[in-house]
Structures are given as structure tokens and as C-alpha cells.
Design a protein around this ligand. Structure first.
Ligand code: FAD
Length: 528
């Protein structure tokens, strides 16, 4: 039995390939109540998953493998299925998921042992299970990604009589699962859409990647948009990596080669961040640096406490895109409407919530997880903490929403698109509409405090207060001790790469890398 999780594809699928060696094969996807009820789950995630399953069912059926989609807790589904179909092996990919998947995998493992069922797990990313040290991790990532692709050749064994009797029920709908429809305008889902997205990026869209990725206007088409496909597993990281390397080698367009080089270096960040959650699952709930415990209100054992009234009001203004800071509000509204936002603007949203509004990253992170169609817990919680200054090792970064608007939306196109109340505000005031005098407000048809909110906090005062707190904390002996521990456990190591593979060798570069490593820069993250 091939147990599908976040690997909803045919190509480069080790469990499916391994299943070809067995007499009969059935594929199973379980819609677990633990997932549907988890705080990070949104109807948009479920709908995307169902779309992928519908496409995959057809592709598997063409190869003679039924795809069962069952709803229920894993042990109950396994038990029922075992009665109908005496499976001897479970084949699946490893998963680095939220806490509930960790618990579920432990239960599934015990159940399999008790039933004499062999559960074989395969890796599909660069994440290393039971990793002892980060030394050499980058080299191991490279080696895994360079391994030849596992492509299915031919069909499965003919002895499918047993599986033919299994009930292949209809794939559920949002309504049948008791979920309300979402209102997002999502990018296309499924393995076919994933391949088309990859192809268009590698053939042409990637040309301007490095220039395009910072502005939300250009990033929309200039970034690869592969993140949801990697999250649902409709593409494997190895396929993306190898296709990118091949395109770089093939092209004689220097701009495209340059863009793809920048892109290719970011691919390893994906696994680098996931590795943190794999190595320390508690970072989903706790500060990386325990010296930061108590820094923001709400730090309690096992997560964040509910906000008080004042914080709740600030939180709501942020969620609704009504903070009074046009760039923050435009980004949030765009994200809520589409399920995607570029890296820099995600970082700005979190920096604003964690620093300007001084809100706990766990609660804001849950809200964002529901909005991101590409929610990937290892990346998400690491990034939430990096942008909130609680890793204890990264350079502290705070984004001024006004400067971000001036730098990345200089004509105000993005703000006007997503915050229509400001459509007629003159450009010089667009990033700071509260500075309009009453006559300008009247001409613009936008009264501050009536048509558009006044700023929820003062930018400079809030940033200074946050900096004072964070830098103050960092200078303590406890913070230094914690930083060293976090660095040993999670800091990036560029060693272990094969000669010539993305490794700079000059003396100066070596010095820079060492300096960066000491301050805990994670794969050049701060250079973006
Ligand atoms: C607070 C916050 C939360 C985030 N949460 C997620 C998340 O849940 N899921 C997710 O996939 N990304 C997350 N990111 C990282 C990044 O914003 C997205 O990977 C990127 O915007 C996805 O768009 P893309 O595929 O077009 O990216 P591209 O720029 O085309 O990059 C290609 C791929 O490289 C990887 N990548 C790129 N940048 C990063 C990065 N900074 N960190 C890790 N991997 C990276 C991703 O797999 C991405 O799909 C988060 C960033 C922040 C600041």
C-alpha cells in the first residue's frame, strides 16, 4: 500500500517505484480530521489537495493502481483497510510536518509493528532524519538532489484482482467534508500545472528573477510560483533542481542563466529550513532562543496565550489589512485574495506584526499559515521566528512599511490596486496618507479615520521601542549562551559541497562566509 501524503505526483516518486516490485498495489490518501481541525488548515488547502487527488487518481488508474481516498483517523482507516485488503507493506515518503503529523506517524509506526506490517519510508527532500550534526549537510543536499530521477517505467504487476474489489469512493468535496467555501483566487493545482509552471519559468520567466523578486508587482510573474507545488508534492525538489541545472547548462541567454543561478541557490533554503523543524519539532511552538521567552506577551508553555483586548484589536487590524500603513494593508489584502505573496513582503508583514505591533509570532503565524497556499511548516515557523528576532542568531531585520512602499512600489500601482480607498490619493502621499491635510483628503475623496484608518501605531516610535527591547535582550549572558546553542544545532554550513558546486573559494570570500556564519546568517538570507 502506497500511503500518499504531501507527494501528490507520479514522477520521481520512490514509494510508487518501489511498489512496482510487489504483486498488488493500492494507493491511499487519508483526509484526517486532525488536519481539517488543525489551526493552520484552510479550505483553500483542502480544495487544492482534492484537485490534485482527482488528477492523480486518473494518472494512477491508467497504470492499473486504484487510488483510495478515505476520511478518518489514520489508525481507523488502516484497520478497516487491513480487513478488506491484507496489505503487508506500507510505502510512503518521510514527512516533516506539524506536531500532529509527528504524533500520528508514531502511532502508525506502532500499529504497523503490532500488525506485522512493514512500513518503508523514503526521503523526497534534502531533509535528513535523525541528523546528528549540520556539518556536511549542504553536501548531502547536493548529493541527494543530483541522484538520478526515479521515473516510473511501465505499469504495475497484473495481479490486481484483490484491489479491484476495493471500493473506490468518490473524492469528497469541501461541502461533504463540512467546510465552507473559500474566496481565494488560487493558482492552478496538480502535477500537470506544476510542470507547466516550471517550464514557463525555466524557459522565459526566470530571466528577470533576481530583479523581480523583491517587488510584489514584478514577483507575481517573475518568481517561479512553485512553492504550492513543492508543498503539495506535485513536483519533487529533485525534479526542480535538475531541470534548473539542465536549463542553465543549455541556455545561451546570459540573462536567463543569471536569473536561474539566483533561483537555484534558493532551492536549498527550502530544505535547510525544513531541517530545523525536523531536528527540533518544538520550534513550532517555542522560541528558538529560550532567552526570548517572555519577550512578547503570550509566551506560555506550548504556544501563545490569547491576546488581551488592545493586542487583539491590533491583530485584527493587521489581519484585515486596515493598519493605516498602505503597503502593509495592500500586501495583506493581496495575500488573503490570492494565497501567495513574495518573500520580502511576507517578511515585512511579519516584521510589522512582531515589531511595530509587538504581537506574538505564534498567533500571527497561524493566521498566515492559513493564508499561504504553500504552507510548509519547517519554512514557515523558522521564518516567523527569524523575522520576529527570536532565533537569537540572525541579524535583526526590521522593515519600515513606508520605505518598502517607496522602494518596491514607487508608482503606487500595487497600493492602488489592493487599497481602492486610496485610489485618488496623490502619489507623494500614497505611502503616508495620514500626512495629507484636510484639503488634500477632500480632493482625494479619502478622509483619514473615516475612509481609511489612521496609523495603528507610530512607525518610528514603535520601531525604536522594538529595537531597544531586542538589542537589550541580545546583550545578556543568557542570550549569548542560547545563541551558541542555536547556532550549533541549526546554523548553516557550506562545507561538504563537492568542488565547484556553488562554493566560493577566494580568501576574501572565505572570510566573509566565516563572518556571516558567526552572526548566524542562514544561507545568505540577509542578502535579499
Ligand atoms: C514569514 C514567512 C513565512 C514563509 N512561509 C513559507 C511557507 O510556508 N512555505 C514556503 O514554501 N515558503 C515560505 N516562505 C518563504 C518564501 O517567501 C516562499 O518560499 C516564496 O515566496 C515562494 O514563492 P516562489 O515559489 O515563487 O519562490 P521563488 O523565489 O521562485 O523560490 C523558489 C523556491 O525556493 C524556496 N525558497 C525561496 N525563498 C525561500 C526562503 N526565503 N526560505 C525558504 N525557502 C525559500 C521555496 O521552496 C520556493 O518555492 C516564507 C517566508 C516568510 C518571510
Amino acid at each position: 500500500m502506497v500511503w500518499l501524503k504531501r507527494d501528490l505526483r507520479i514522477d520521481d516518486h520512490a514509494p510508487l517505484l518501489a511498489a512496482q516490485g510487489f504483486d498488488t498495489t493500492v494507493a491511499l490518501f487519508v483526509i484526517e480530521p486532525e488536519w481539517l481541525q488543525s489551526p493552520e488548515c484552510d479550505a483553500s488547502h483542502v480544495e487544492t489537495c482534492l484537485t490534485c487527488l482527482a488528477e492523480l487518481r486518473v494518472a494512477l488508474a491508467q497504470r492499473g493502481v486504484p487510488l483510495l481516498v478515505r476520511t478518518g483517523s489514520i489508525l481507523r482507516v488502516f484497520q478497516t483497510l487491513k480487513a478488506d485488503y491484507a496489505f503487508t507493506h506500507v510505502l510512503s515518503h518521510e514527512e516533516t510536518g506539524p506536531g500532529w503529523t509527528y504524533t500520528r506517524d508514531q502511532q502508525a509506526g506502532q500499529w504497523c509493528m503490532g500488525q506485522g506490517v512493514n512500513w518503508l519510508e523514503f526521503s523526497q527532500t534534502g531533509v535528513v532524519r535523525r541528523l546528528r550534526s549540520r556539518q556536511g549537510w549542504a553536501g548531502s543536499w547536493q548529493a541527494r538532489m543530483d541522484t538520478p530521477l526515479r521515473l516510473l517505467q511501465g505499469g504495475f504487476n497484473a495481479g490486481q484482482t484483490q484491489t479491484a474489489q476495493l471500493a473506490v469512493d468518490d473524492i469528497p468535496t469541501l461541502a461533504s467534508l463540512g467546510l465552507a467555501p473559500h474566496r481565494k483566487n488560487l493558482q492552478a493545482a496538480g502535477e500537470r500545472a506544476a510542470c507547466q509552471t516550471l517550464k514557463s519559468f525555466l524557459q522565459s520567466r526566470g530571466r528577470d528573477y533576481c530583479k523581480a523578486l523583491s517587488s510584489p508587482l514584478t514577483a507575481e510573474s517573475g518568481c517561479s510560483r512553485l512553492s504550492p507545488h513543492l508543498a503539495f508534492g506535485t513536483l519533487s525538489m529533485r525534479v526542480v533542481h535538475q531541470a534548473t541545472e539542465a536549463s542553465m547548462a543549455r541556455t545561451n541567454d546570459p540573462s536567463l542563466a543569471y536569473g536561474l543561478k539566483g533561483f537555484s541557490s534558493r532551492l536549498r533554503w527550502h530544505c535547510h529550513f525544513m531541517q530545523k523543524l525536523e531536528s527540533e519539532p518544538a520550534i513550532e511552538f517555542h522560541n528558538f532562543s529560550r532567552a526570548c521567552d517572555g519577550l512578547r506577551p503570550g509566551d506560555v508553555q506550548g504556544g501563545a496565550a490569547p491576546f488581551g483586548d488592545a493586542d487583539e484589536a491590533r491583530f485584527q487590524s493587521w489581519c484585515e489589512g486596515r493598519t493605516g500603513y498602505p503597503m502593509v494593508d495592500a500586501c495583506m489584502r493581496s495575500l488573503v485574495a490570492t494565497g501567495w505573496l513574495n518573500f520580502r513582503m511576507r517578511a515585512m508583514l511579519v516584521s510589522f506584526a512582531s515589531n511595530h505591533l509587538w504581537l506574538h509570532w505564534r498567533t500571527t503565524g497561524i493566521f498566515l499559515a492559513r493564508q499561504f497556499l504553500d504552507f510548509e511548516p519547517g519554512i514557515h515557523w523558522s521564518q516567523m521566528q527569524m523575522q520576529s528576532g527570536t532565533t537569537g542568531i540572525n541579524t535583526l531585520r526590521m522593515y519600515s512599511p513606508t520605505k518598502q512602499a517607496q522602494d518596491h512600489d514607487p508608482q503606487g500601482l500595487f497600493i492602488r490596486r489592493w487599497v481602492p480607498e486610496l485610489a485618488r490619493v496623490p502619489l507623494p502621499y500614497l505611502a503616508t496618507p495620514w500626512t495629507m491635510d484636510i484639503a488634500v483628503q477632500r480632493t482625494a475623496g479619502c478622509f483619514i479615520g473615516h475612509d481609511y484608518p489612521a496609523p495603528v501605531v507610530d512607525d518610528k516610535t514603535a520601531m525604536k521601542a522594538a529595537k531597544d527591547r531586542l538589542y537589550g535582550l541580545r546583550s545578556s549572558a543568557e542570550a549569548h549562551l542560547q545563541a551558541r546553542q542555536v547556532l550549533v544545532r541549526h546554523g548553516s554550513r557550506k562545507s561538504g559541497l563537492p568542488p565547484g558546486a556553488n562554493r566560493r573559494t577566494s580568501q576574501n570570500t572565505k572570510k566573509t562566509e566565516t563572518a556571516r556564519f558567526v552572526q548566524g546568517d542562514l544561507f545568505g538570507q540577509d542578502s535579499e
